[in-house]
Unconditional design. Structure first.
Length: 319
């Protein structure tokens, strides 16, 4: 088959340029309702992005091998025609929705994805805050391989989806025309996804399209001002701790658990689940990092609290 470009690698210079331009826009046109950039926060996001590039090289080896074996065994083959590409991207985005949703409601998956939500700011550098443990999503795309999608094509589609999502990590773009907001994932929709308020938790999982959220009941419009980060923030800019803090918390809970039922709950129930309550802290799928050794209690921060960004006005609403 034809060679497909690595769109993410080719886009890295553009990512960095756009981050610089967005930073300049905050210096020239400051909005008191927007948190903008913080030096330590941006450095952490860039470090996480750089680390994920190296880690992904390692993770892609076993994933590519598994996909290649399965692709060889399946008799189905997708035609290499221009009209098939929009359908393939649609299928990939559908699988992405379920992968993304699962990474919010299954704690062992959330342990990887929590990295992306750990910033208390929301800007283009946040898009680069990616996990180093990227071995948790590949199972969700197996149906596409079974339908005859070549592994290289699947990797290309995933890169296109990820590339699209870069620009929606911003507060600088307000709501777009209604027709666009109805179909596509936009900055407004993705701000909701990154917010930590109860009414916004576990909403807007779509990658390119927001229609999946509308279809499956996980859509929420942006109404009140978003407060970014986790329900219990980790309080550190250390990339190592950002990358692995939830795995450490899971290990602590597994050691303290009394029996396999509790251990399985700490692994596969939603984040924040505790045996005493039998339900996540706050709301279903509460993406909290406040896990505990004793049922029903919270765990102190793993590190001394990092300087908190200025709080956005509680009463402010986005137009």
């Amino acid at each position: 088959m034809r060679e497909l470009p690595d769109v993410i690698a080719w886009s890295i210079p553009a990512f960095l340029l756009l981050i610089v331009l967005e930073r300049i826009s905050y210096l020239l046109h400051r909005d008191d309702d927007e948190l903008g950039y913080g030096r330590a926060d941006t450095a952490t996001s860039l470090a996480m992005g750089l680390g994920s590039v190296g880690a992904d090289i390692l993770w892609k080896i076993p994933i590519a091998a598994a996909y290649a074996v399965l692709y060889t065994l399946t008799p189905a083959r997708m035609p290499d025609a221009w009209w098939i590409w929009p359908l393939l991207l649609l299928g990939q985005d559908f699988c992405y929705y379920w992968s993304h949703r699962s990474h919010h409601v299954v704690r062992v998956l959330w342990a990887s994805h929590v990295v992306h939500h750990s910033s208390q700011r929301f800007n283009l550098s946040t898009a680069l805050r990616q996990p180093w443990t990227g071995l948790t999503s590949w199972l969700f795309y197996l149906p596409l391989i079974l339908l005859g999608v070549h592994p290289a094509v699947l990797a290309f589609l995933g890169s296109v989806n990820l590339l699209y999502q870069f620009w929606i990590h911003t507060e600088r773009i307000d709501r777009l025309p209604r027709a666009v907001e109805a179909v596509l994932n936009t900055p407004s929709h993705h701000r909701v996804h990154h917010a930590s308020q109860g009414s916004y938790l576990d909403r807007n999982f779509g990658g390119i399209l927001i229609v999946w959220d509308r279809m499956f009941g996980t859509f929420a419009p942006e109404r009140e001002r978003c407060v970014y980060g986790l329900t219990t923030n980790i309080g550190t800019y250390n990339p190592i701790r950002v990358a692995f803090h939830e795995y450490v918390a899971i290990g602590r809970d597994l050691r303290a658990a009394s029996g396999w039922r509790q251990r399985l709950g700490h692994l596969f129930r939603p984040p924040g689940w505790q045996p005493a309550a039998g339900y996540p802290i706050g709301t279903p799928g509460d993406p909290s990092t406040a896990t505990a050794g004793d049922p029903g209690t919270a765990v102190p921060a793993l590190t001394a609290a990092a300087p908190a960004p200025p709080a956005a006005p509680a009463a402010a609403t986005r137009r």
